[in-house]
Design a protein around this ligand. Structure first.
Ligand code: SAM
Length: 281
């Protein structure tokens, strides 16, 4: 599945959209249908070529870095912060963690279709998914859209610096270093409301629910939250299911391991008590 080409991913996404038990309606449905085409205009394709060059460089890199394991699993919290850094090859980190080209294309097309102003990502890693998001924000702006910005969070300082190297020069991204629980409060207080959030780090149930609960009050009406890793049997799927049952929304879509949840358009629709989630260290 991870090695899907954009063509096959598009076929899968369009099929799944048609099969949703509770299909999205209105603007979100239209935006998703458009994004699922995964088609690029020539100028957009040129941006993707630049991202492909970044991917090729990461894949070919012989460099190793000392990194803290903030990946999925119980180490992702306080234990990870205390653990000894591991030596890892950049090429291996890229292969294991970065969004594949097809999913990167989907993120690009989603941002093009939804036209968010403020985007938040949990899990910058090497900044690959962020590169797709930022390129789309740039195209939106060039077409007369408002100034738009991505804030992406990363626990490992070396990875955060590597992401910064190519994201900061775009003028559209900020990379914040530190554990999500530590960095989120200030980012949410100073950068919200967010129109689009990509949850792509610390793939555990309680952690995902905690981050969602922290972020939820800082979402713009109709905002989209993308949950990565919701395949059956994955811990994030349980968190996703709880969000669907406990959180009022304006709709959702379950797409090949990625879950898209849309906030209500009117805050009055959201005034239903939420259950507290267990705190995560
Ligand atoms: C799957 S990778 C993100 C991939 C990236 N979004 C992409 O597609 O290119 C997840 C990242 O989240 C970071 N991470 C995981 N748990 C974290 C935590 N609790 N605090 C901060 N960063 C964390 C990891 O270090 C890792 O780099």
């Amino acid at each position: 599945m991870d090695r899907l080409t954009p063509h096959f991913l598009s076929v899968g996404l369009r099929t799944l959209l048609a099969l949703q038990r509770r299909p999205l309606r209105g603007l979100h449905a239209e935006a998703l249908r458009e994004a699922a085409q995964l088609s690029l205009a020539p100028a957009e394709a040129a941006s993707e070529v630049e991202i492909d060059a970044l991917r090729a460089a990461l894949k070919a890199s012989a460099e190793t870095i000392q990194m803290q394991d903030f990946g999925a699993g119980t180490q992702a919290g306080l234990l990870a912060a205390l653990a000894k850094p591991d030596e890892r090859r950049i090429a291996e980190i890229y292969e294991r963690a970065a969004a594949t080209p097809a999913w990167g294309r989907f993120l690009f097309c989603l941002v093009r279709a939804l036209r968010p102003r403020h985007v938040l990502e949990l899990g910058a890693n090497l900044g690959v998914s962020a590169a797709h998001i930022v390129a789309a924000l740039d195209h939106n702006h060039r077409e007369g859209g408002e100034e738009a910005h991505l804030v992406t969070l990363e626990g490992d300082p070396t990875l955060a610096n590597l992401a910064r190297e190519h994201l900061v020069p775009t003028g559209r991204a900020t990379v914040v270093t530190g554990r999500f629980v530590d960095t989120l409060p200030e980012v949410l207080a100073t950068r919200s409301p967010f129109d689009l959030v990509f949850l792509d780090g610390h793939h555990e149930e309680a952690a995902t629910l905690q981050y969602f609960a922290m972020i939820r009050p800082h979402l713009a009406p109709g905002a989209c939250v993308v949950f990565d890793d919701i395949e059956p049997t994955r811990p994030v799927r349980r968190a996703w299911k709880r969000v669907l049952t406990e959180e009022p929304s304006s709709g959702h879509a379950d797409l090949l391991g990625l879950g898209l949840w849309f906030a209500p358009f009117a805050e009055a629709d959201a005034k239903v008590p939420r259950k507290a989630s267990a705190a995560v260290q």
